[in-house]
Design a protein around this ligand. Structure first.
Ligand code: TYD
Length: 130
């Protein structure tokens, strides 16, 4: 399954820390889009789709959440709970996001501009396309 955890180096000065993200360095693609999801509630579930042609890195900037990754054969559960952790997700992986802590903030870096036509939002269609 094409996903991996990336550990970002942090620069700590005093009691606070800084993390720098750079395309083709600690982010393994050219970044065309950045978005963030906020105001998340514990009972919320997001995602439930795959992308035909998109790579992403997910970073939980505040709080924690669980990302479910599915390649049609296996399901993996990844907990994101620290801004030092990035989750790279390749193409054709079904993802679901849940178990958000109250006020969780999720940052997403994406390799392509937004294009609804490259989403697969139906699980059976996802399986058929593999
Ligand atoms: P979606 O990708 O389904 O969100 P999530 O994976 O977090 O559940 O997108 C939610 C809505 O926002 C959907 O109507 C598409 C829209 N959207 C944009 O307009 N631009 C974007 O860059 C993204 C990521 C979503």
């Amino acid at each position: 399954m094409e996903f991996k955890l990336i550990k970002f180096d942090n620069i700590t000065e005093g009691r606070s820390s800084l993390i720098s993200l750079e395309e083709m360095k600690n982010i393994p693609f050219k970044i065309k889009r950045v978005y963030y999801i906020y105001g998340l509630k514990p009972d919320e579930e997001r995602g439930k789709h795959a992308h035909k042609n998109l790579e992403q890195v997910l970073i939980c900037l505040h709080g924690s959440c669980t990302i479910i990754l599915d390649n049609g054969k296996n399901r993996k559960f990844v907990d994101l709970s620290h801004p030092c952790d990035g989750l790279y997700i390749g193409r054709n992986i079904w993802r679901e996001m849940k178990n958000f802590t109250e006020g969780c903030v999720l940052l997403v870096l994406a390799s392509e501009y937004y294009d609804e036509s490259e989403y697969i939002r139906d699980y059976d269609e996802f399986l058929k396309a593999l």
